[in-house]
Design a protein around this ligand. Structure first.
Ligand code: PMP
Length: 330
């Protein structure tokens, strides 16, 4: 029998699949790792388990405790899922710009949400940083994971994502590409792959144009979950050989192509990572194998990247569209 005891046991061990169409005349093998197949739909399930395990072990999270974190996205889902199974409460603080669908995912898993105004400075007492700090102080038994600085984020990828890639490619991986948000994915996975390969695997970050990792100042971009305007403790720049900056337009066009041509429905940071990987792969040979991590699925972006009206409103008019036939019929 092949039965998992709880949904948490299904986190990790995500598959690799080869890209065929979007690769053009690239001769290197390009493989993508599908993190949307985690139970909560993203790579963040991995860090949630590791962060909660460590907090239990260190006595920071006691039975009946409450997890408090400013997060609107995938980390919230991962934490909510694991917390629910272990009997903890979750309170997530999010800015009011976060759409209803994202809020509803968190409450569907049983988390409580506190909505704060977007248009205030980070040090304003009403900001989502300030409110989450205050709640973490005031709620008895509160634990704040602090994903940007918690070493268990990168450690979860060092212990799971890295070994899975090495095992599933029989040690033939030569390059690893991942988008950088907190930096946990690239730091943990990259460190493992460098160590296990005696330093031969090259680690390449993908970053939205304007973000600090590729030399920007924090200029705004639309791709979600990646790029920063500060340097988080979860990121170790010494692990990363190179960072490639990608525009929103290129990221979103590739995100659409992955769905249309490869049957892979993923988010914008996945499109961004694939653009970076293909630019890298264009300089490589048929002996190389590039593994690209795709952090989440595309369902959460149907109203944005996959919506022609939204794309047009931001001037992204060159992205391929699956609506061509419908347009002809109109
Ligand atoms: N893509 C998406 C959609 C994400 O939510 C995140 C996490 N912030 C990342 C990429 C980047 O992962 P990391 O935080 O490990 O750098």
């Amino acid at each position: 029998m092949k039965i998992s005891n709880t949904i948490i046991d299904l986190i990790g061990d995500t598959p690799l699949v080869k890209l065929h169409k979007v690769t053009g005349d690239v001769t290197a093998t390009v493989l993508v790792k599908l993190e949307y197949l985690n139970p909560g739909g993203s790579a963040k399930d991995r860090i949630a388990v590791r962060i909660i395990d460590a907090a239990e072990r260190d006595g920071l999270l006691l039975p009946g405790g409450t997890i408090v974190e400013p997060t609107s996205g995938n980390t919230g889902v991962g934490l909510a899922l694991v917390a629910q199974q272990r009997g903890y409460k979750c309170v997530f603080v999010l800015p009011d710009k976060v759409g209803e669908d994202k809020r509803n995912v968190l409450t569907a898993y049983g988390a409580e949400i506190v909505v704060t105004p977007t248009s205030v400075a980070p040090d304003d007492p009403e900001s989502y940083y300030s409110v989450s700090d205050r709640l973490a102080r005031e709620i008895p038994g509160a634990f704040k994971p602090n994903q940007y600085f918690n070493p268990n984020g990168p450690l979860s990828h060092y212990e799971t994502t890295g070994p899975e890639i090495w095992r599933d490619t029989d040690g033939t991986v030569t390059h690893f590409v991942a988008g950088v948000g907190t930096g946990g994915t690239i730091t943990g996975t990259g460190r493992y792959l460098r160590e296990v390969s005696n330093g031969t695997v090259r680690i390449v970050g993908a970053d939205p144009e304007g973000s600090v990792y590729s030399g920007g100042t924090g200029r705004p971009y639309l791709v979600e979950g990646v790029g920063e305007d500060f340097w988080p403790g979860a990121y170790d720049p010494a692990v990363v050989h190179e960072v490639i900056a990608v525009s929103d337009a290129d990221s979103f066009a590739m995100t659409r192509r992955l769905a249309l041509e490869e049957g892979i429905l993923v988010g914008g940071s996945s499109g961004m990572a694939v653009v970076a990987a293909l630019r890298l792969a264009a300089t490589l040979t048929a002996d190389d194998t590039v593994v690209v991590l795709l952090p989440d699925g595309g369902r959460g972006y149907l109203g944005k990247i996959f919506n022609d009206g939204w794309m047009r409103s931001y001037g992204f008019t060159n992205a391929p569209s699956g609506h061509t036939v419908a347009n002809v019929l109109e």
